[in-house]
Design a protein around this ligand. Sequence first.
Ligand code: ADP
Ligand code: MG
Length: 726
Amino acid sequence: MVGFAEDLDAILGARTAKALREAFGIRTVEDALRHYPRRYFRRGELTDLGDLSVDDDVTVLAEVASVTSRPGRRRTRGKPVMLTEVTLTDGRHKVTATFFNQTWREKDLRVGRRLLFAGRVSRFRTGMQLVHPDYEPVGVEEAVDVADGFAGAIIPVYPATARVSTWRYTAAMEILLPLVVDLPDPLPRHTRDVHGLVGFAEAMTMIHAPKELAEIDVARHRLRFEEAFLLQAELLRRRNERRAGSAIPRTPAADGMVAALDERLPFALTPGQLDVAAEIASDMASTRPMLRLLQGDVGSGKTVVALRAMLAAVDAGAQAAFLAPTEVLAAQHFSTITALLGPMAQRGTIMGDDRGTSVTLLTGSMGTRARRSALLAAASGEAGIIVGTHALMSDDVQFADLGLVVVDEQHRFGVEQRASLVAKATGETQPHTLVMTATPIPRTVAMTVFGDLDVSTLRERPAGRSPVTTHVVPALTKPGYLSRVWQRAREEVDAGHQVYVVCPRISSDGEPATAGYPPTAVEDLAAYVAAGPLQGLRIGGLHGQLDSDEKSRVMAAFAAGPADADSGIDVLIATTVIEVGVDVPNATLMVIIDADGFGVSSLHQLRGRVGRGDTPGLCLLVTAAEPGSDAMARLESLAATDDGFRVSMIDLATRREGDVLGSYQSGNASSLRLVSVLDDADLIELTRAAAAEVLHRDPALASEPGMREALRRLSDRETSDFLEKA
Ligand code: ADP
Ligand code: MG
């Protein structure tokens, strides 16, 4: 009996197993079965050769129209190289297959034969050619007639590489497919019956060796269902597991810090913020751990909502940890929180408020002394709020009583990282968890990506946020626009405002600049503008390689801005360290160099750094992308909308979907092959309900061994992907 997780050596032989591993990362029986054909040929039907483009690796079914061999112009060892040119046709178009010094190919490639050819397309005189293609007869060449049953049959074409051709893969499948009957079906019988789905073995035969085209659809329907179903089942199972944990209810005192913060705030919370706050408060009052995702566009005011939740934990005698993805952001949160709390953040000092607590910062680059005192504050319980980066997750960090974990910009962290912080709660209970993301995402995506969380959304932006206008600057085709960028920067500064310029790199490492295009590295651009277009302005540089004291100094100088005549910064040239969260309301212009190199979500985050005060923001996307190119189209669609929801749709549509169980944006090993979280919303809803039904009936899946094992494999694969990435 063969199992899903069995490796292929014993079944296919070590050589083939190795080739599949190297070509496609296929290791197990399941991996091989899930490598589905990319398309199908009908025997006798030729591939349209008019569709080929240069540099594609193609597999085509074509007929030999002519074969000639002749001495070519090149010579080796004194003899001319023999050229064999084979004209292939689909009846309308022609492509040349070329072989060097292999005249014996003429015997294989007789006129009128129909074969599968695989190779890379290159240009040839006025047409296309395949140089030294692989080929394989498909059993139709001698005009096999319909009577022998082959003529209508279908040939699967697999994603192939030079080493593993599609027919080699087909041969491996011929060995594997008969073994499939032994494999337990991952879908429960009942689910299959209700939804009219074929069994696993049947689906495999239909997708890898269909007898009719209609079978392919039947198989795909079943496999798509299975894929979405298992993913939803796994997410639900995890959710149930977590919910089964217990937590300590944390409710704020009526006259505690939450109330005191509300009194102190210079603004009123929006109705949306109040709604979300109420949801959070009710979650935190429960003996089940809160698992809530707060999504809200850049600038929607998530921080203050998080702070209220943290204060509720502190009011209840516990601590809160606030995890930020970068040092700059952690430092910024630390100062925002300290400022919002005022005297409440200084308990224990003479300035402190009795109703207060103390706030501590913990990052990886802190000196030993500072680190030790932060660790002590966390472990002793003296610090009610601990703000930090990944450093919070290291082993020596302990909390007296961790009641709440807040994770900012969740998309930067993996599920496992969050779990490792949650594990720091003492005893049997779990802390409440609030994760926040500025990339608002469609419901089905949220369900899949964050399937184990409840979702709250902040839809409106607080008053005082100004709109941001975005323009694309095609620097190479419209040089005038580029000088206007710098002129505009100067105007902003003259008007008392400040400017960000974001570069993709820290240093150019001596790489020459493109003529007519600004330098693309922080260091070079800073030197260039200081000596040229922005001469006389106060320019600062910020990037991840500066030590943390220098980073804080630069950020503070930029935050101080024109107000500080001695050390203020007008123009901050930075890498994407400023992407998230940085809040300097006086900054009104964001210039992004080589904008096409960034993802649209990043660009949206970046432009969210301006328009934070009462003056409208402007974002200029400088690019060398060609007019009409995909990259240009992406930038133009970003410029056309300021709505974070739309942006995330553009983003998802242009990005390969990552392994959604793990790190959301990682983009490799995909557990979704046939299903798209974006396009298959209905399927995801349907399968989520079906999975919930099965788990409700049989939570341990005692009578569904096939499904139980499939879920185990899914979560093992994810863990190993995670470990490989780490
Ligand atoms: P994000 O959701 O991107 O993290 P922030 O929490 O940084 O947004 O908030 C952006 C800005 O809006 C901050 O300066 C914050 O103080 C301000 N803000 C938050 N809530 C309100 C409100 N209800 N009214 C006015 N300004 C607010
Ligand atoms: Mg934020």
